[in-house]
Design a protein around this ligand. Structure first.
Ligand code: ARG
Length: 464
C-alpha cells in the first residue's frame, strides 16, 4: 500500500504509477533527503515533539540507509513514487514503526523544496571550482602569449591588431560575470523552505532556525506559500548556466574557425580532436562543436521551466516535479563541458606566425596610419580619406601599407615622412594602445594581475 493509501479504496493503475513517479530521476537527491530528515528529526526531539530516543533510532537508521545506498545495495521502487517516499518506506521496513514518526510536521512539498535547494547549493560549489579552473587557464595562457599579435575582428573582417592575450582575457571577463551570477544564485537558494509544511506551516512548535543552522542555511523562507512554491532559484541557476553556455559556445565557434585551414591560428591536440570515418585527412574539432551544440539544451531547459511555472496558482502543484530534470540536465551538461573545454584549451598549440601574418595582411594598421596624419596636424576625416586612397592603391598593387614606398606616400600627401613605418608597425599599433582595457602588453598585464587577484580571492588552488 502507498504511504498515503488510507483514503483510497483501490490501488493506483500501473500507468498512473509510471506517469506520476519521479524516482527514475530524483533518486539522485537521496543524500540531501536523508540529511534533511536527520536535521528535521533532531529538531522534533529538541522541541519534544517526538521522544529523543525515537529521533536517535531514526537518525541511526537513516545513516545506515545512506551508507547502503552509497554502496549500491538499495533498490528504489517506482510504486513508491519519489525519493522521499522511497526512503521513508525503506526506513519503516528496516527499523519498524518508529520510522513513521519521521514525517511529523512536514510535507513532501517543503521536503522536495529543501532537497532541491541543498542539491543546487552543492552543485554550484562544484561548478564554481570548475569555472575558476578554466579562468585560471585563460590567465596563464594570456601571460604566456602576452605579445602574440593577431587580428582583432569586427563583422568577422580584420579590423585592428590586438594580441592573443587580449582576446583570451575578454573571455576571462565573461566568465567572471558567470561566476558572479552563480554566487547570486547561491544567495537566492540559501534559504530554508522546511517548516512551510504542505502550504501553511503546522501546529507543532517547529524551530525552523535550528534546522536552518543544522543544514547551513543563511535564513528561512519567510512565507510558507512561497517556501513551497518558489522555484526562482532554479530559474536563476538555469539563466546563469545558459549565459555560461552562451559564452562557451561563442568561444567554441572561434576555436572551430581558428582550427580551419583558412585561419590555422591554433591546432587542437590529437587527444581532444576526432577523425572522419571516410576522409582520412580529417581532424575535427568535435569537442568545441558539441559544447556549442549543447548550449541549445541548456537554453531549452530555461524556457521549459519558465513555461512550467508561468500559470501555477499558489502554492505547490505537481507541475513543479518537472523542475528536476531541467536543472539536473543543465548541471550535468555544464559539468561535462567545463573540464573538457579547459583541457582542450590548455593543450592546443598556438600558431603565432599565422596569427601575425593574418594581422599583417588585412590593413589592420590603417586606423593607425590615419592617426599618424592626425598627429601631424590633419583633421581625422581628411586623414581617413588619404589612407583610404592609399589602401585602394595597395589593393591594386597587392602590397601592404608597410611595403608601400615613401615616395608613393608623399605623392598622396607631402606630410608623410620615414617615421610612418614605425608608426604603422603592428607592434606599435598594439603597444601604443595603453588605455585601460586595451591590447598593449602593459594594459593586458595589468588586467592579468587583477585576474590573478580575483582567482586568489576566490581560493583557486593550483591543484584544481
Ligand atoms: N516528487 C514530487 C516533486 O518532485 C515531490 C512532492 C510531491 N508532493 C505532492 N503533494 N504530491 O515535486
Amino acid at each position: 500500500m502507498k504511504l498515503w493509501g488510507g483514503r483510497f479504496a483501490k490501488e493506483t493503475n500501473t500507468l498512473t504509477d509510471h506517469f506520476n513517479s519521479s524516482i527514475s530521476f530524483d533518486a539522485r537527491l537521496y543524500k540531501q533527503d536523508i540529511l534533511g530528515s536527520i536535521a528535521h528529526v533532531s529538531m522534533l526531539a529538541k522541541q519534544s515533539i517526538i521522544p529523543l530516543k525515537d529521533s536517535e533510532l531514526i537518525k541511526e537508521g537513516l545513516l545506515d540507509l545512506l551508507a547502503d545506498i552509497e554502496q549500491g545495495n538499495v533498490l528504489f521502487d517506482e510504486k513508491m513514487e519519489d525519493i522521499h517516499m522511497n526512503i521513508e518506506a525503506l526506513l519503516i521496513k528496516r527499523i519498524g514503526d518508529v520510522a513513521k514518526k519521521m514525517h511529523t510536521g512536514r510535507s513532501r512539498n517543503d521536503q522536495v523544496a529543501l532537497d532541491v535547494r541543498l542539491y543546487v547549493l552543492d552543485e554550484i560549489n562544484e561548478m564554481k571550482a570548475m569555472l575558476l579552473s578554466l579562468m585560471n587557464t585563460l590567465a596563464q595562457l594570456s601571460e604566456k602569449h602576452i605579445s602574440v599579435i593577431m587580428p582583432g575582428y569586427t563583422h568577422l573582417q580584420r579590423a585592428q591588431p590586438i594580441t592573443f592575450a587580449h582576446h583570451l582575457m575578454a573571455y576571462f571577463e565573461m566568465l567572471k560575470r558567470d561566476f558572479a551570477r552563480l554566487n547570486f544564485t547561491y544567495t537566492m537558494t540559501n534559504s530554508l523552505p522546511l517548516g512551510s509544511g504542505a502550504l501553511a506551516t503546522t501546529t507543532y512548535p517547529l524551530d525552523r532556525d535550528f534546522v536552518a543552522a543544522e543544514l547551513g542555511f543563511d535564513s528561512v523562507c519567510e512565507n510558507s506559500l512561497d517556501g513551497v512554491s518558489d522555484r526562482d532559484f532554479c530559474l536563476d541557476l538555469l539563466y546563469s548556466l545558459s549565459t555560461l553556455m552562451m559564452h562557451l559556445s561563442r568561444f567554441s565557434e572561434e576555436i572551430i574557425l581558428w582550427s580551419s585551414h583558412e585561419f590555422h591560428f591554433i591546432e587542437l591536440d590529437d587527444a581532444y580532436s576526432t577523425g572522419s570515418s571516410i576522409m582520412p585527412q580529417k581532424k575535427n574539432p568535435d569537442i568545441a562543436e558539441l559544447v556549442r551544440g549543447k548550449s541549445g539544451r541548456v537554453y531549452g531547459n530555461l524556457i521549459s521551466l519558465l513555461t512550467t511555472m508561468k500559470g501555477l496558482p499558489l502554492a505547490y502543484n505537481k507541475d513543479m516535479q518537472e523542475d528536476k530534470e531541467r536543472i539536473f540536465d543543465s548541471i550535468d551538461t555544464l559539468k561535462m563541458c567545463l573540464p573538457i573545454f579547459n583541457e582542450m584549451l590548455k593543450t592546443a598549440t598556438i600558431c603565432e606566425k599565422n596569427m601575425y601574418q593574418a594581422a599583417a595582411g588585412g590593413f589592420t594598421n590603417a586606423t593607425d596610419a590615419a592617426d599618424y596624419l592626425v598627429k601631424k596636424g590633419l583633421a581625422f576625416r581628411d586623414a581617413h580619406e588619404v589612407i583610404g586612397k592609399l589602401v585602394l592603391y595597395c589593393l591594386n598593387e597587392k602590397i601592404s601599407l608597410e611595403e608601400l614606398p615613401l615616395d608613393v606616400y608623399q605623392s598622396i600627401h607631402p606630410i608623410f615622412d620615414t617615421d610612418i613605418y614605425e608608426a604603422i608597425s603592428l607592434a606599435t599599433c598594439v603597444n601604443e594602445r595603453k588605455v585601460k582595457g586595451g591590447p598593449s602588453t602593459s594594459a593586458v598585464l595589468a588586467h592579468i594581475d587583477h585576474a590573478k587577484a580575483f582567482l586568489t580571492d576566490n581560493q583557486l588552488t593550483s591543484s584544481i
